[in-house]
Design a protein around this ligand. Sequence first.
Ligand code: S3P
Length: 451
Amino acid sequence: MQVNTAHAPERAVSLSARRSGPLTGRVRPPGDKSISHRAFILGLLSVGETRIEGLLEGDDVLRTGAACRALGAAVERLGEGRWRVRGRGIGALRASAETLDFGNAGTGTRLMMGVTGGNGVLARFDGDASLRKRPMRRILDPLIQMGAEVRAQADGGRCPVLLQGTHEPAPIEYRTPVASAQIKSAILLAALNSPGQTIVIETEASRDHTEKMLAYFGAEVASVPERESGRRISLKGRPELQPAPIVVPADPSSAAFPLVAALIVPGSDIVIEGMMMNPLRTGLLTTLQEMGARIEVLDCRSEGGEDVADLRVRASELKGVDVPAGRAPSMIDEYPVLAVAASFARGETRMRGLAELRVKESDRLAAVAAGLATTGVASTIEGDDLIVSGSAGRAPGNGFVATHLDHRIAMSFLVMGLAAERAVAVDDERMIETSFPTFRALMTSLGAQFA
Ligand code: S3P
């Protein structure tokens, strides 16, 4: 199996985007990253053959594929986006002597900590400079409660982490301290090998792909509302997972880039095909519609168990809005590009409750504010809120933005460059490979100009 980073240049590669003519055409963004990780993982945990179509072949997901291989699965590429996994089954993973190197991928690392932590495997987790800064205690704490043991860790529970999994994870009831699908998923994946029932309670619902895919593979998993906007998820341990074919819909977090680009580049009119419309992922769409975006949702249908639709997006005059904190889990990865949309709006946009942005691939709150300052857009951070002063369509640009090994910071500011008065450059485009390897080609096909 190839892992693309083998060919990635060692040094930063800058890229610049400049004011482009109207964006036009139809595009299909790559497969959803969250679902792609889970497809490999459930393939590993079921006995037999899992076929995957439309997998995101970005570095993050390929690293999860490589980890599944290290734990004993046969992982094969059959064609573009088409993969086959022959799994080992719950409780039957192979110990891996090699370090599981997840590169830039927090999701792969955390979900796999759940897998190895509940399957009696000793595994060493590591990654790049960005991953080494990210908090892992939030995953290790519940796994320790279940019986796993942390043998080594860097300061504050960071990678590299050496984790000894337990062969018999204790069933627990766990209230997640923050709305995080990664925490919930790590617990559920560990709990698959537990002799009892495990319950995870979240006060704000986070994306539910793990629960949905587990149910699709035959596990007994139930999710019921908890208070106003939370969920209580219960899973019965030791199911026999039955492999089932997976079709991966287009990633709304990647679709966000051509979507915002078409809104802010005057005269644009594009169609984004096959975008996943899972309501726990569509907060950006709701917000942009409140801002006055002309987005038509066409041909709603179901593909591979998820709602999908095509979106017709036309250049729009946006107005500033107040984005409630409760919406954050459904658009957590989209705030950088929303901040770019807000830069072109009329009036002020306040995005509330963004504490979790500080622990993503970079400190995104700081990185976005710094990027906006560099490109002549006024913004302030008040507590956990970001406030952006819109330019009513005339963001100055003309900046060189630091991306801090963060793919979404790079793509967001390149999108800004397509509509700003002067070009916007980012210091490093290499990380775009982790989630959206076809970003430049796809955007260029719509008329975007990069140099
Ligand atoms: C993801 C969950 C989110 C998101 C990440 C992918 C997932 O993280 O930011 O890109 O696939 O479970 P949190 O759930 O920790 O907020």
